[in-house]
Design a protein around this ligand. Structure first.
Ligand SMILES: C[S@@+](CC[C@H](N)C(=O)[O-])C[C@H]1O[C@@H](n2cnc3c(N)ncnc32)[C@H](O)[C@@H]1O
Length: 341
C-alpha cells in the first residue's frame, strides 16, 4: 500500500528513521500512526495507492490508482479518477452496472494477494507467531527465510521503528520479491528492516548487530540445522519460534531443540480457524475451511550453562525405539530390555 514513497537519503539508518518519522508525524492525518510505520494510510485515496475492489460475489481485484487509467471487468469499466480523492469505504458502479466495494487492503489481505516467490505464512499463523513468540515493540528479531516477505510485514509492524528485524534469505530472487513486497506495504524502506541474502547459519556471525537477538523466527525447510546458531545469538529468556509444514519436520525440530539442552521444553501446536455462516436461524460452521497450513513450535533460551529440569513424563513405550532415527534427548529413561554401558 504505497503512499508517496519517502525520498532516498544517505543519512545513517537511525537518523533516517527519526527524520522520516518526524516528516510522517507532520502528516499524521493521512498516515495512521505514521511514526509507528504501520503501513496504514488515512484520508482520501491518492494516486499511487493500492485499493481493493470487491464485487457482489466476493471476487476481489487489486489496483494501483493512476489518474486517467481504466479498470475493466466483465461488468464494463471504471475510471480510476472516480476513486481518487474519495474516502475509502464506498460502493462504486461500473459502466455495465457492476457494484464494487472500495477499501484500502488490510495487511491480512495484502499478504495473500501480493506477488509470491516462496509460499507465504498465512495471516492466521502470522498472528500466532506475533503473539505466541511474544514479538514486542523495540524487539531485536532475526528471521529466516524471508521468502516473499509476508511474515516480515507482521514482524515489522510488531517491533516498530525502534526495533530490528533482520531477515536472512538464501535465494536472491526470493529476497528481491520480499524487498518489493515489504516496500510496497510500508510505502518506503522500513527503518527497522535489514535484509541479508545468504544462508542463516553461514551469514549470522558476520552481522555484529545480530549477535544478541530477543526472538528468532524460522520458516524454512530444515530449522533443526539452525538450532546451534540460534542458541548462540538468543539472549537468556529469548524465544525461538519455528513454522513447519509437515509432521516429520515438526518431530525433527522439537527433538533437536530438546537434545540441545539449552532450551525449555518445546511447545508444538497448530491453529485451525473455522468461519461461520450466520443467517437468521441458520447458524452453523462454514462447509469450507483451510484444514492445514503448518505447525508452530516455540522454546525459550536458558541462561548460559543452565539446563531445564529433567522431564518427569515418561515417553510412550517405543517412542524412541528401533524405528526412531532422530536426535535423542540425553534424559531418556532406558527402553524396556535396553542395556546401557
Ligand atoms: C516458506 S519460505 C518463507 C516464507 C516467508 N516466511 C513469508 O511469509 O513470505 C522459506 C524460505 O526460506 C529460505 N531458506 C531456507 N533455508 C534457509 C536458510 N538456511 N537460510 C536462509 N534462508 C533459507 C528459502 O529460500 C525460502 O525462500
Amino acid at each position: 500500500m504505497p503512499g508517496d514513497p519517502l525520498p532516498p537519503t544517505d543519512a545513517p539508518a537511525d537518523d533516517r528513521a527519526d527524520d522520516q518519522a518526524d516528516d510522517q508525524a507532520d502528516d499524521a492525518v493521512d498516515d495512521a500512526g505514521a511514526p509507528a510505520w504501520s503501513g496504514v494510510h488515512r484520508g482520501p485515496l491518492r494516486e499511487g495507492e493500492w485499493v481493493r475492489l470487491t464485487d457482489s460475489k466476493g471476487r476481489r481485484h487489486n489496483l494501483c490508482l493512476e489518474a486517467g487509467r481504466r479498470f475493466f471487468s466483465n461488468k464494463g469499466h471504471l475510471d480510476h479518477d472516480e476513486l481518487i480523492g474519495r474516502e475509502e469505504g464506498f460502493t462504486v458502479t461500473s459502466s455495465g452496472g457492476g457494484e464494487y466495494l472500495v477499501f484500502r487492503p488490510l495487511l491480512s489481505e495484502f499478504v495473500v494477494s501480493m506477488p509470491r516467490g516462496a509460499a507465504v505464512v498465512y495471516p492466521k499463523d502470522a498472528a500466532q507467531v506475533v503473539t505466541m513468540a511474544d514479538i514486542f515493540p523495540g524487539a531485536r528479531v532475526v528471521e529466516a527465510g524471508a521468502g516473499s516477505g509476508a511474515l516480515t510485514c507482521s514482524l515489522l509492524r510488531a517491533v516498530g521503528p525502534t526495533g530490528r528485524v533482520s531477515s536472512y534469505e538464501r535465494r536472491e530472487e526470493f529476497a528481491e520479491v520480499a524487498r518489493r513486497n515489504v516496500r510496497q506495504f510500508f510505502g518506503a524502506d522500513h527503518p527497522a528492516w535489514h535484509l541479508h541474502v545468504g544462508d542463516l547459519v553461514e551469514e549470522l556471525h558476520s552481522v555484529p548487530e545480530d549477535r544478541h537477538a530477543d526472538r528468532v523466527v524460522l520458516d524454512m525447510l530444515a530449522p533443526w540445522e539452525c538450532v546451534d546458531a540460534v542458541a548462540d545469538i538468543l539472549v537468556p529468556g529469548g524465544m525461538v519460534c519455528a513454522y513447519v509444514a509437515t509432521t516429520t519436520q515438526l518431530g525433527r525440530t522439537v527433538e533437536t531443540l530438546r537434545t540441545h539442552g539449552g532450551f525449555t521444553e518445546p511447545h508444538p501446536w497448530e491453529s485451525l480457524v473455522r468461519d461461520w455462516h450466520v443467517e437468521g436461524l441458520a447458524v452453523r460452521p462454514s462447509h469450507k475451511m483451510n484444514g492445514h497450513t503448518g505447525f508452530l513450535v516455540t522454546a525459550r533460551r536458558m541462561a548460559a550453562g543452565e539446563r531445564p529440569p529433567l522431564r518427569r513424563r515418561r515417553p510412550a513405550p517405543g517412542a524412541y525405539g528401533d524405528d526412531y532415527s532422530g536426535p535423542r534427548p540425553g534424559d531418556l529413561p532406558p527402553e524396556p530390555g535396553e542395556v546401557r554401558g
